[in-house]
Design a protein around this ligand. Structure first.
Ligand code: NOJ
Length: 759
C-alpha cells in the first residue's frame, strides 16, 4: 500500500482518538482503582467479625437507641442501620462508627423513601400514570433532599416489580404492568435519588427492589409463591432491573418470594448468574427484612445456619434486620463451607459503594445545609405529579370541567373529601398529614363565599357498610348544582400485606353513588385508590369519573385544578383495569395464542342458545361472562381536549440490523382547550423464535398542544429496541416484519409496517 499524506493524516487522527479514549478511560479507571485500592487496603485490616459486621444491617427505630446497638456499632459489628430519622441520633450513631470503632467505617442509613418523604407525592403507580419520567426524577430529587436532611443516605426505592395483578396490595408501590415503562421510570427515580455523582450532598443511594419476580405472587396474595418460566422472567420481570443498573443504581434488594422453588434470597441463578456474571453489577445486594431467616420458613433450608450458608453462597451481601449472618457465618468459615474470599468479595461490594457515596469523607448531616422540609419546590413537584397522574376515565355530556362561574352550590360528598391522612396512600413512614391540602379545602378556597358548599362525609371510612349518612348526602346533593363524590380506598387497603380478592369499591360506596345518581344532579366521582379497581358497577351511576390514585400531600389543589378545568387531565393508565376480577391477569402485552378472541367469535353466556353444541360459536380465548377486553385498556385516559392522530410514516420500509427506523405520526388538538397528550408507540414483532406479545410499548412522549395545533411526534427504533430473549435465553434481534402503532392508548389503531433484514 502507498502511504499518501491523506492516509498519514487519517492515521494521526485515529491515533489522537485512541489516545484520548485511553486518557479518558485511564482517568475513569484511576478513580475506580483508587476506590478499589482503598477497599483492598481496608479489607486487609479487617477481622472476621468486622467483615461480617459490614454485612449486617439492624433496625434502629427504637428511641432512645438501646445501649447494645451503640456498643455493637463501636465494636464494628454493624454496617448499616435502618429506620432512624432523628438527625441527632443518626449523627451520634455515625460518630460512634466513624470515631469510636477501630476502623472508622461509616454506616449506611436506610429508609423507605418510596413516594416523597415528609412531603408526600403520589404513590408510584400514580407517578407512572403521569408518563413523565423527567418529573418523576425531579420528585425523587426532592424526596432525597428531604430525607438526606435527616441523615438518611440510602432509600429502598425504586420498587420495579412488574405487577399484572391489581389484587396485590403492593401494585401501589410499582410502576404497573409494563417492562419498558417500569424500566424508564425506575431509571428516572435512580437518577433523581443518586444524581450524577452520589457523593454530592443531598444525593442518596437508591435500591432497586425486589429482585426478582415478587409481583407475580400467586393470586395476588402478598409474599406468595411465584412460578415464572425463565423466558418470561428475562423478557418481562428482569428488564427493569437491567435498566436500573444501567442507570447506575447502587444496590438491589432481594424479594421475599420463592421463584420456581428457590427463594430469591438464596437464589444463585438470580444473584450470581444473572446479576454478576451476565450484568457485571458491582454494587451490593441487601436482603429484604428477615428474608434470609425465612429461607427456612419456605422449607428451603433446615435452620438459620443453612439459611446463612445458602444466602452467602448466592452472594447476598447484606442481611436486613435479622442476625443469621452474624450468628452463623463465623462457624461456616471455620468449617470451610464458606471461604474467606467469598466474604471478602461481598464486603468489597459494600465498601465500594460506601466509598463512592463519599461517606468516608463526609459522614455527618447538618440539616441547615438543606432546604427546609416541605419547601415551595418540594410542594410544587408533588402537586405537579399529582395533577399529571389523574386519569379521566369517563366524561359524559361534558360533565367536566365544572364551570366555576355557573355554580351557585356544590355538594362535596364522601369519606375521602377531607381526610388529610387517607389521601397520602401506603408506605408513608415520614409523611406528615399536617401538610396535606385536602380537596374540600382547596375547592372552598377556589370557589370562595359565592358558592355554597354542602359537605357530607356520608361514610366514616371507605369500608363502612352503614348507610346511616346517606340521607344527609342525598339532601345535600338535591340542593346543589352538581355533586363531587370522593370515594375509593383508604390508605391501609393497599400496600404490603394488604391484598384484596374483591377489587370493587369497598363498603357501601356503590349504593351511595346510586343514591346520589337518583337525584338527577350531575355526579362526578373522584376515586383515590392504591390499585386498579373494578368499576363496572358504578360507571352508570356517574357522569364523570376521575381516577386520582393516592395523590399525596397536594391532592387538594391538583384535583381542584382538574375539576374546574384550570388544567386538562393528562394521566394515562399504567395498568389495565379489568372488567371483572376473574379476568386477572389481564394486560396489554399478552401473547396472541393459537386461538385469539375476535368479536365474531365471542358470544356472551346469556346469548348462547340452550343445548348448543360445544363451542359452536367459535374456538377462541375468552371468558363466557366477561369476554376478553378490559374495562379500560393500558395507556387509556381522556382529556378535555380532543386529540386526533394521522399520517403515520416509517422512514424506510426496510432497514438492516445496523440501521434505525423513524416512526412518526401527526397528533392534532381538535378540542377547545390547551392540553397535554401522552403519545404512545407500540410494536409487534410478527414472528419470533419465541412467541412475541401482540403489542409492546416502545416509546412515549408527553406533548402540549394548543387548540388547533398539530405536531409531528417521532420515535426511533433500532436493533436494541427490538431485542428479546429467545429460546436459548440469550438476547437476540431477529429479522422479519414489524407492525407499529402510534396513538393515545394501547388500543391505538393508526399503524404502519417495516421489515428488518438480516444484514
Ligand atoms: C419490607 C419490604 O418488603 C421492603 O420493600 C422494605 O424496603 C423493607 N421491609 C424495609 O422496610
Amino acid at each position: 500500500m502507498r502511504i499518501t499524506p491523506n492516509i498519514l493524516l487519517r492515521l494521526a487522527g485515529l491515533l489522537g482518538i485512541l489516545v484520548s479514549i485511553e486518557i479518558h478511560a485511564a482517568g475513569q479507571s484511576a478513580g475506580m482503582d483508587r476506590i478499589d485500592r482503598r477497599v483492598d487496603e481496608l479489607i486487609s485490616r479487617m477481622t472476621v467479625a468486622e467483615k461480617i459486621g459490614q454485612m449486617t444491617q439492624v433496625n434502629a427505630s427504637e428511641t432512645p437507641i438501646p445501649d447494645e446497638l451503640y456498643e455493637a456499632v463501636k465494636a464494628g459489628r454493624i454496617g448499616s442501620i435502618l429506620n432512624q430519622v432523628d438527625v441527632d441520633l443518626v449523627n451520634e450513631i455515625q460518630r460512634l462508627a466513624v470515631e469510636e470503632s477501630r476502623l472508622g467505617i461509616p454506616l449506611m442509613v436506610g429508609r423507605d423513601v418510596i413516594h416523597g418523604f415528609q412531603t408526600v407525592q403520589p404513590i408510584p403507580l400514580g407517578q407512572a400514570a403521569t408518563w413523565n419520567p423527567e418529573l418523576v426524577q425531579k420528585g425523587a430529587r426532592a424526596a432525597a433532599l428531604e430525607a438526606a436532611s435527616t441523615g438518611v443516605n440510602w432509600t429502598f426505592a425504586p420498587m420495579i416489580d412488574i405487577s399484572r395483578d391489581p389484587r396485590w396490595g403492593r401494585i401501589a408501590e410499582s410502576f404497573g404492568e409494563d417492562p419498558y415503562m417500569t424500566g424508564v421510570f425506575g431509571a428516572a427515580m435512580v437518577r433523581g435519588f443518586q444524581g450524577d455523582d452520589f457523593s454530592q450532598p443531598g444525593n442518596i443511594a437508591a435500591c432497586a427492589k425486589h429482585f426478582a419476580g415478587y409481583g407475580a405472587s400467586e393470586s395476588g396474595r402478598d409474599y406468595n409463591t411465584t412460578n415464572i418460566p425463565e423466558n418470561e422472567l428475562r423478557n418481562v420481570y428482569l428488564p427493569p432491573f437491567k435498566a436500573a443498573i444501567d442507570a447506575g443504581v447502587a444496590t438491589l434488594m432481594t424479594s421475599f418470594s420463592d421463584l420456581d422453588g428457590v427463594p430469591a434470597s438464596g437464589n444463585r441463578f438470580l444473584l450470581k448468574q444473572v446479576l454478576r456474571d451476565e450484568w457485571q453489577f458491582d454494587g451490593f445486594v441487601v436482603s429484604d427484612w428477615a428474608s434470609i431467616e425465612q429461607l427456612s420458613v419456605h422449607g428451603f433450608t433446615a435452620n438459620d445456619k443453612e439459611a446463612a450458608y445458602e444466602a452467602a453462597s448466592a452472594g447476598l451481601n447484606m442481611e436486613m434486620a435479622t442476625p443469621t449472618y452474624a450468628n452463623h457465618l463465623p462457624e461456616l468459615l471455620e468449617e470451610g463451607r464458606i471461604e474467606m474470599a467469598q466474604i471478602d468479595a461481598m464486603v468489597t461490594d459494600i465498601l465500594r459503594i460506601k466509598f463512592r457515596m463519599g461517606l468516608f469523607e463526609d459522614p455527618y448531616t447538618n440539616p441547615s445545609d438543606y432546604p427546609p422540609i416541605a419547601n415551595e419546590d418540594s410542594l410544587a413537584v408533588a402537586e405537579k405529579l399529582a395533577r399529571q397522574s389523574i386519569v379521566l376515565l369517563e366524561n359524559r355530556n361534558h360533565a367536566l370541567p365544572l364551570a366555576k362561574e355557573k355554580l351557585t352550590s356544590l355538594a362535596v360528598i364522601g369519606p375521602l373529601a377531607d381526610d388529610p391522612y387517607e389521601q397520602l396512600g401506603t408506605w408513608i413512614f415520614d409523611g406528615d398529614p399536617e401538610l396535606s391540602r385536602t380537596p374540600l379545602k382547596a375547592i372552598r378556597q377556589f370557589l370562595g363565599d359565592r358558592v355554597t358548599i354542602n359537605h357530607v362525609r356520608a361514610m366514616e371510612t371507605s369500608r363502612s357498610r352503614s348507610t346511616a349518612g346517606f340521607d344527609e348526602a342525598v339532601e345535600a346533593a338535591r340542593s346543589a348544582d352538581a355533586v363531587v363524590a370522593f370515594l375509593g380506598e383508604e390508605s391501609i387497603l393497599s400496600g404490603e400485606t394488604h391484598s384484596r380478592a374483591d377489587i370493587n369499591l369497598p363498603g357501601s360506596q356503590q349504593e351511595l353513588l346510586a343514591r346520589l345518581n337518583k337525584t338527577g344532579k350531575p355526579v362526578i366521582a373522584v376515586i383515590m385508590a392504591g390499585r386498579p379497581l373494578t368499576l363496572r358497577n358504578i360507571i352508570d351511576e356517574v357522569d364523570a369519573l376521575l381516577f386520582a390514585w393516592h395523590p399525596g400531600t397536594m391532592a387538594g389543589p391538583a384535583i381542584r385544578d382538574i375539576l374546574f378545568g384550570v388544567e386538562s387531565p393528562s394521566g394515562k393508565l399504567p395498568a389495565t383495569f379489568p372488567l371483572m376480577v376473574g379476568q386477572v391477569p389481564i394486560y396489554h402485552a399478552h401473547k396472541n395464542t393459537g386461538r385469539p378472541a375476535v368479536p365474531e367469535k365471542f358470544t356472551h353466556m346469556d346469548d348462547i342458545p340452550v343445548r348448543m353444541p360445544q363451542a359452536s360459536w367459535g374456538f377462541a380465548s375468552f371468558h363466557l361472562d366477561a369476554g376478553y377486553e378490559p374495562l379500560y385498556e393500558f395507556g387509556y385516559g381522556l382529556s378535555y381536549a380532543n386529540f386526533a392522530y394521522s399520517d403515520i410514516e416509517v422512514s424506510a420500509a426496510k432497514i438492516s440490523m445496523d440501521e434505525k427506523v423513524t416512526v412518526q405520526a401527526v397528533v392534532r388538538n381538535e378540542g377547545k382547550v390547551e392540553a397535554d397528550e401522552v403519545v404512545q408507540l407500540y410494536v409487534r414483532d410478527l414472528v419470533g423464535n419465541v412467541t412475541r406479545p401482540v403489542r409492546e410499548l416502545k416509546g412515549f412522549q408527553r406533548v402540549r398542544l394548543k387548540p388547533g395545533e398539530r405536531r409531528t411526534v417521532s420515535f426511533e427504533l433500532g436493533r436494541d429496541d427490538l431485542a428479546f430473549h429467545g429460546r436459548d435465553m440469550t438476547l437476540m434481534t431477529e429479522p422479519g416484519e414489524f407492525h407499529v402503532w402510534i396513538g393515545g392508548s394501547s388500543a391505538a389503531e393508526l399503524g404502519a409496517k417495516f421489515t428488518l433484514t438480516a444484514d
